[in-house]
Design a binder for this molecule. Sequence first.
Ligand SMILES: *Cc1c(COP(=O)(O)O)cnc(C)c1O
Length: 464
Amino acid sequence: MTAADQQRPDDRAQVLDRAHQLADEFLRSLPDRPVWPRASYDDMLGALGGPLPQHGEDPVSVVDALATAADPGLTGTPGPRFFGFVIGGALPAALAADWLTGTWDQNAGLNSVAPAAAAAEVVAGEWLIEVLGLRTESVVGFVTGGMMANYSCLSAARHAVLARAGWDVGRQGLFGAPRVRVLVGRHRHDTVDRSIRYLGLGEDSVVEVATDDQGRIDPADLDARLRAGEGPTIVCLQAGEVHTGAFDPFPETIAAAHEAGAWAHVDGAFGLWAAASPSYRHLVSGLDAADSWASDAHKTLNVPYDSGLAIVRDRAAMAAGFGVNADYLIGSAGDPVERNPEFSRRARGFAVWAALRSLGRDGLTDLVDRLCAHAGRLAEGFASIDGVEIVNDVVFTQVMIALSDDARTAELGRRLLADGTAVLTPATWHGRAVQRCAVSNWSTTEADVEATVDAVRRIVASLR
Ligand SMILES: *Cc1c(COP(=O)(O)O)cnc(C)c1O
């Protein structure tokens, strides 16, 4: 079928209706389908592979064929008992807004070309800054995820700290520039290192700071290392260590960074959302004094992939890295492209706007509280199983468990995936094998928590 053959509105409606039906079937299957996929990557290459046909096919049969082939290789990540990594699901309003985003197909880079998309980002950004308790002068870049959020924030940081040293990195580049030091805790997320590489600072710029048993940065060691060096400096802190959920002590570390003339950045991919709940806000106290914050909307806020947030106080420092002045653009000051390393891109603000509007302030607080309560209940349930140890202090949404030895802990994880009730993912914590849970899906219920604890209990008993 050629593109010209696909122009009849009724035919288009038919394929969209079919996609809607298939989406509904998948969403309804989530509570009951095995959470881990039943087909392997190789199976999927087989199911989706084969030569590209010479002649096109009717859109409805294409969508049917895709859904049928993909189904066994789909993971229950948007479902209620996927506790691996830190994932998050899709709130109904956010998912629907995401469908419309694809339908509207706006190119979100410029205010003049995509006014609705650009305005949705600005409004959603203002709402976010308010609920997260950040500085109102901050600007928000809607990027793909925490990775690009860290990168975007650190791009602004690189520009600002070098500018203070009399160096314009945008014009002069890094050759011959003063060396930039990046002080960061030993338990940082890998995306911080990747960002440092992408930015041309090089891994040798990293000065590792000691962390405590929960992965929190040690303020005394940070102080000592700040004093031990000089020149342009960036300090990377963390709200929500990915294994333990621990939060760095912000007031003293940010004050020390600023006293040394450094830029203070916070990776708060999931932990920044603690600010939205009066019960957990103490964990991020003092964090508003930082210069930039990276977070994800596709984790705790439950917006579909991909949706990250790069929040920077100094609008000019961010624009210095990303601004464009191509002659063919109908650009203006304050265009989204100034806050984003991408050029043409998806209008990610609509889904974030819809998620926040569907929750409201109360709903967002309740979401954070519920995720943390489920984590607490999972920890209690696991602790009641003979032979299971809770490895971390459960302060937010992360729970780590271990059995008496590494081999048994790994076997527990494997059997749990095969069982299909729930997914935890393996990790190593202080040299010890653990299974890690992150509660980040809006649709998880107490019954899901019970079912997960029961599955772990059953498997641990079978390991005896
Ligand atoms: C998930 C995560 C990231 C990376 O975010 P992506 O959305 O996967 O790009 C960075 N830092 C922390 C602490 C995270 O949990």
